[in-house]
Every structure is written in structure tokens, then in C-alpha cells.
Design a protein around this ligand. Structure first.
Ligand SMILES: C[S@@+](CC[C@H](N)C(=O)[O-])C[C@H]1O[C@@H](n2cnc3c(N)ncnc32)[C@H](O)[C@@H]1O
Length: 335
């Protein structure tokens, strides 16, 4: 097949080469993502999990994004001359196979352009834009599609989006499977101050490990991210409440199918007694003010999972997350 001609295949088949995949997530929840992926994990690294042959990678809830790995290249040094090695690595990519693998993983075809997002750790005499333009220009030429440089702003929708990460002297070149990052949920049409990053909400729910039939309650639900993520777990009854009626209205608007039970209530006088698990990111008088009689220390359930500021220590199992410059702590309390 010539470059520029892309054919799809129906699914994973006997005798097919393994599909190499990499998923990105937040620092601190890589192991939760690895646990969600399960048996085919090959490597867990900084903000990423490498795995293979996963039939439905677009269904991963704790990943920010997921890519088919096209190639890895070593001996990528720190000077501009090394950009030629990156260009050579692009020329060596088996594009037919990479795009075939992307289709098998659920990627749509008929993309109308190419864009590239790059990151490089360590001091180098070239910038991320230099990497993007070298890789993107070459890919666009091979695919016979226009290249959209990020120097000119955000690329248009419906591009084939590539990612290049250079760590030490090794570069990974990968293509996004979905049209947009997985963390951008279809349901999230509105938010409130302090609204949670959806993959982190999904990770909190996984750490709560609700069983079928369990009531999972978020007493400070804001825009409803946690209960909406929880409602996707088979058999779980998800309930969300907030003291602010406007927040509950936003949560309802994010849940048009009515998968969650919503209520306006003060968490200190909760309408839900006997929740099996509580999962929440309660306000701590920073970005969002505490109102009413909220005392998160008194939340009572078999398991309580809270996202709290670094300085608040309620005991239990703690793990720090890196969330866009903040470092909140996930606290898991078993009662
Ligand atoms: C950090 S936000 C939660 C964000 C939410 N997880 C989301 O994804 O949108 C905290 C929420 O707690 C609510 N809140 C403050 N005091 C409360 C109280 N006493 N009872 C219930 N909710 C309260 C605020 O109205 C706010 O919506």
C-alpha cells in the first residue's frame, strides 16, 4: 500500500502483530490506570503506562489520553543536529501498520490534517516547536495531508494528532486514537469552580472499589463529576448532593440521562444515611468556601475516599497527585 492510502481492518485477529499502546495520566495515579488496564501492561512510567493488545482503549476512564506507538528512536541528543535523527525515525515508521492498528483500536478515519504535540525533558538547543515541525512536516508529506503547526495556535478538529516525547536520548512517536483527548468527556457540558479532572474522579471511584448494589455518595458533588463517573460502574447506585442549588442544577445538566440521584443538601445534615462508600473532593476554604455544617472528618461509610489539600491529614492511606501545578492528596479511609 502506498503512503497516503489508509485501509481499516475489523479487529484483533489471530496471527496479527501485537498493537503497542501508551496511555497518559496524572502523576500519582499511574498504578490506578495500570490496574484498570490489567494483564497486558508492560511498563509503568512517569505519567504513562505502556501496554499492548487492549481491545477497547477508548473506554479507559483513568487515562487522559491513549496512543498507538508508531516507533521509538534512540540516540536523540541535545543539539539541533539531532533533529535529523528524528526526521529519519519518522521516515522509518510503518504508516500503513500504525494507522491500521489505530483503526483496530477504534480510531476514526478520514482525518483532514496532521498536528503534533511534543515534549522534551532536559536542556536542549531545540524547542518543542522545532520537534513538532520536523516530525509534523515529514508525516504530512508522507500522508499527503496538510500540517498544522502549533506555533500558529490550536490546530483544527479532525486532525490526525501525533505525540512525540523525548526523555534522555530516547524519543517515542505515537498517534492519538481518538479525535480528542479522553479526559474531555462528552457529558461535561458545564462546570463549577473546583470541578474535578474526570480521569482523577474515575481514579477516586476505582480506589473506593464499590461493589454491585453499593450506594456511592458524593456529599459535595459540584458539577457531579464523581457520581457521573461512578454511575458507569455496573450495579452501583450513584448519589450526589451539594449545598448550592446552582451546583446541583449544573450536575443535573451534565447527566441528561438521569443516571445519578441528585439532591440539594448540607453535607453536615446529609439526606443519605447508610452510604456504602463516600467519594468526594470537599471544599477546604481555598478555591471553594466551606458552607453550612460540613465536617469531612465525620463522613461515615465502609470506605471513604477524599481528595484533600496537601496539609490536611486525616490518617488512612495517602497518595499525592500532581494536578496542574497543585499537589492534592488522595486519602483512603477504611472503617
Ligand atoms: C471542590 S467543589 C466539588 C467539585 C466537584 N467534585 C466537581 O467535579 O464539580 C466543592 C463543592 O462543595 C460544595 N459545598 C460547600 N459546602 C458544602 C456543604 N456544607 N455541604 C454540601 N456541599 C458543600 C460547594 O458548593 C462546591 O460545589
Amino acid at each position: 500500500m502506498r503512503d497516503g492510502q489508509i485501509r481499516a481492518a475489523p479487529g484483533f485477529g489471530v496471527g496479527e502483530e501485537p498493537v503497542r499502546l501508551v496511555a497518559r495520566t496524572l502523576r500519582g495515579i499511574e498504578d490506578v490506570l495500570a490496574e484498570e488496564i490489567g494483564g497486558t501492561v508492560e511498563r509503568v512510567g512517569h505519567r504513562e503506562v505502556w501496554f499492548r493488545d487492549y481491545p477497547a482503549p477508548l473506554g479507559l476512564r483513568t487515562a487522559d489520553d491513549v496512543f498507538v506507538v508508531a516507533t521509538t528512536a534512540d540516540r536523540i541528543g541535545r543539539t539541533r543536529a539531532d533533529l535529523a535523527s528524528l526526521a529519519a525515525a519518522v521516515d522509518d515508521i510503518d504508516l500503513t501498520r500504525t494507522l491500521h492498528d489505530r483503526s483496530r483500536c477504534g480510531g476514526k478515519e478520514n482525518c483532514t490534517g496532521v498536528d503534533v504535540s511534543a515534549s522534551a525533558l532536559g536542556k536542549r538547543t531545540y524547542s518543542r516547536f522545532d520537534i513538532e515541525d520536523v516530525v509534523g512536516g515529514r508525516l504530512a508529506q508522507r500522508l499527503r495531508l496538510p500540517y498544522w503547526s502549533r506555533r500558529d495556535g490550536v490546530p483544527p478538529a479532525n486532525c490526525l494528532s501525533w505525540r512525540v516525547s523525548v526523555v534522555g536520548d530516547e524519543a517515542t512517536i505515537a498517534v492519538r486514537i481518538a479525535e480528542r483527548p479522553l479526559h474531555r468527556r462528552e457529558y461535561r457540558t458545564a462546570s463549577v469552580p473546583g470541578s474535578l479532572h474526570p480521569p482523577l474522579a474515575a481514579a477516586l471511584v476505582r480506589l473506593a472499589a464499590p461493589r454491585p448494589g453499593d450506594v456511592l455518595f458524593d456529599p459535595c458533588c459540584g458539577a457531579g463529576t464523581i457520581p457521573i463517573e461512578a454511575a458507569r460502574v455496573p450495579g452501583v447506585v450513584a448519589v450526589g448532593a451539594d449545598i448550592d442549588p446552582r451546583a446541583v442544577a449544573v450536575a443535573r445538566s451534565n447527566d441528561p440521562a438521569g443516571l445519578v440521584r441528585w439532591a440539594v443538601a448540607d453535607a453536615g445534615r446529609s439526606p443519605v444515611r447508610g452510604a456504602d462508600v463516600i467519594v468526594s473532593n470537599p471544599p477546604w476554604d481555598r478555591q471553594v468556601a466551606t458552607r453550612g455544617t460540613l465536617v469531612p472528618q465525620r463522613f461515615s461509610a465502609r470506605r471513604v475516599v477524599l481528595l484533600l489539600p496537601e496539609h490536611v491529614d486525616l490518617g488512612g492511606q495517602r497518595r499525592q497527585v500532581s494536578l496542574f501545578g497543585q499537589r492534592p492528596v488522595i486519602t483512603v479511609l477504611d472503617r
